[in-house]
Design a protein. Structure first.
Lengths: 147, 246
């Protein structure tokens, strides 16, 4: 329970903070934070399915919410997508992988490399599936600012 | 016609230098090229360069190449170009207005963008908590993150390769973490892991894989290589500090 609450809070804070760092239009920062919180919450909730499945589901939800919010707010999808996936993204693992290699811990490095590639692949897969589905199903209206 | 070519090219360049997706750049070029009166406009965008051919109704073909060097992340500018190109395509604004707005977007930005630097604090603190750090670790990670973001902004004025500025960032993170741990019971690894998140290429790596999954192979590979260089730089910077006299 505490783990889930913590994931909501940290997901919101990190996504909203990185929305500033990536210079998202400032009136959208709150929405970015909420999407990030939802993503990390689902990741914590589905963790028992295994890491790859949890990353995939969380990224799919983030992409879905981003596509919907983008259409409502008439902004490009990346405005919400990039801050939204920030809490999930395996940047820390990229660093620990390289650190293991530099400290001559090759077995540890390769293990983390594999985990990182699967995590990044699962996130990219979730986003790609969702955005392709939206592209195929959604016919943009004239003058509509989202895509 | 020359003028119209320049405008469409400028739109593509603004998108690419601010970190837009390849697909968006190519679609924007095609859309604006059509709106500008060309029969078609074919764009080939990569993270390091932009190639565009415009087919004019009088049979002439205009081809331009733009080299893209420094890429920043500024989503607000991507959003601005996106709505400009759509307004232009639907005829709501004139060519001159688009040109003026685009030139406004290419003006150099202030070196220190304070909202981003200050937001690095809570951002890194949040990551320290995600990685199971204590509140103390989060506090120190936040302070370190802001310092690194500030120094990163200062370094961005100079033409330094990304791997070098990442290494400098990693060194500063590890130095601060060691310093904080001298005086408190904080966990050095959690501080480093949290604070390093402002440097590390998480989004870049995910974008690289997304590009590859959707068939943008050139862009996927080059973004992956970029991410690798940054990760090596950051880890090297940290490793140097960690290996000195434990």
């Amino acid at each position: 329970m505490i783990v889930l609450l913590k994931s909501l809070l940290t997901g919101f804070v990190t996504a909203a903070s990185f929305a500033f760092i990536y210079r998202v239009p400032q009136k959208q920062v709150l929405r970015c934070g909420l999407i990030g919180a939802a993503g990390l919450f689902v990741f914590a909730l589905t963790g028992y399915l295994g890491q790859v499945a949890a990353y995939f589901l969380a990224a799919t939800l983030v992409a879905l919410l981003s596509e919907i919010t983008a259409r409502m707010a008439r902004e490009p999808v990346i405005v919400f997508l990039i801050p939204g996936v920030i809490p999930l993204v395996p940047g820390g693992m990229a660093y620990t992988t390289m650190l293991s290699f530099l400290q001559n811990d090759y077995p540890g490095g390769f293990e983390q490399l594999a985990v990182m590639l699967f995590a990044a692949g699962a996130i990219a897969g979730g986003i790609t599936v969702t955005s392709s589905a939206f592209r195929a199903l959604y016919r943009p209206r004239r003058g509509h600012a989202a895509d | 016609m020359e003028d119209l070519v320049e405008i469409v090219l400028l739109a593509g360049e603004v998108l690419l230098t601010n970190g837009a997706e390849i697909q968006r750049v190519e679609e924007t070029i095609a859309r604006m090229g059509k709106a500008a009166g060309f029969l078609s406009a074919e764009g080939f965008a990569t993270p390091t360069g932009l190639f565009v051919s415009f087919y004019a109704p009088d049979g002439r073909v205009y081809t331009r190449v733009r080299r893209i060097r420094a890429v920043k992340n500024n989503i607000a500018k991507i959003a601005a170009v996106n709505s400009l190109s759509r307004a232009y395509a639907s005829g709501e604004i004139s060519t001159d207005e688009v040109k003026e707005a685009l030139l406004e977007l290419t003006k150099p930005e202030a070196v220190y963008f304070w909202p981003a630097i200050l937001a690095s604090g809570p951002g890194c603190a949040g990551f320290a908590l995600i990685f199971d750090g204590s509140m103390l670790d989060a506090l120190f990670a936040g302070i370190t993150g802001m310092l690194v973001a500030l120094i990163g902004a200062w370094l961005s004025q100079y033409p330094i390769p990304r791997i070098a500025s990442s290494a400098v960032g990693g060194t500063i993170v590890a130095l601060c973490a060691r310093l904080f741990c001298q005086f408190s019971a904080a966990d050095m690894n959690k501080i480093i892991l949290g604070a390093v998140m402002v440097l590390v290429p998480g989004v870049l790596m995910t974008t690289s894989l997304r590009d590859m999954l959707s068939g943008e192979l050139v862009s996927g590979v080059s973004r992956g290589a970029d991410a690798l260089a940054i990760a090596v730089g950051v880890a090297a910077g940290v490793a140097v500090v960690l290996s000195v006299g434990v």
